[in-house]
Design a protein around this ligand. Structure first.
Ligand code: 5GP
Length: 211
């Protein structure tokens, strides 16, 4: 069985990271794609866990070697998804979350139309600004750039299969969990399991069904 790509996007500060942290331990056989980035490490981030932090040269080398499933320049830094990690998890039948920006999401959706895609929308622009400022991770220029970029990003929400409005963490996390679990129930995703059950029906055809 092949695992599903789960694309999750939002403007910076939209809260996708928080929601993903919330649902990862709740859902079995679900993994997180650790991206490569040229962005400077923030306080509290762990190399290899939040991102693989690399130099621009190293990033370029990996582009040249075809190591990224997709990559993009976002808010002035480079970010890329590891083709190898995604293949490893999906080949093992596990689903994998790609927490990526809208440009990257568009690319992955085009290439993998069967991917599950979810846009996390903050309840208003004012709240997005408040959350991003309160996070305290951005200098004033980066904060302005990220907010400015959010205008174009939210307009793309319609490209995604689902939208989760992130007003409060708990209900939004529940909604995201529901979407992922519902995706797993789709008949097309259960073919292998269903086939085993159908085989038992087939086998019974040789006998009187009442036996
Ligand atoms: P941050 O610097 O706040 O961690 O991330 C900035 C933006 O880059 C976020 O929207 C995040 O989802 C996105 N991003 C993180 N990793 C990737 C990636 O591998 N590819 C793309 N296209 N965007 C990414």
């Amino acid at each position: 069985m092949i695992g599903t790509l789960i694309i999750i996007s939002s403007p910076s500060g939209g809260g996708k990271g928080t929601l993903i942290k919330e649902i990862l331990p709740r859902i079995p056989d679900l993994r997180y794609s650790v991206s490569f980035t040229t962005r400077a490490m923030r306080e509290g981030e762990v190399d290899g866990h939040d991102y693989h932090f690399i130099t621009r040269d190293e990033f370029d080398r990996r582009i040249a070697d075809g190591e990224f499933l997709e990559y993009a320049e976002v808010h002035g830094n480079y970010y890329g998804t590891s083709r190898e990690q995604v293949a490893k998890e999906t080949d093992a039948g596990r689903d994998i979350i790609l927490e990526i920006d809208v440009q990257g999401a568009e690319l992955v959706m085009r290439r993998f139309p069967d991917a599950l895609s979810v846009f996390i929308l903050p309840p208003s622009f004012a709240i997005l600004r408040e959350r991003l400022a309160a996070r305290g991770t951005e200098n004033p220029e980066s904060l302005t750039l990220r907010l400015r970029n959010s205008w174009g990003e939210v307009e793309k929400y319609g490209l995604f299969k689902y939208v989760v409005i992130n007003d409060e963490v708990e209900p939004a996390a529940n909604a995201l969990e529901t979407v992922i679990l519902a995706e797993r129930m789709r008949s097309i995703r259960q073919k292998a399991r269903v086939q085993d059950i159908l085989d038992s029906f087939d086998a019974s055809k040789n006998n009187d069904p009442g036996d």
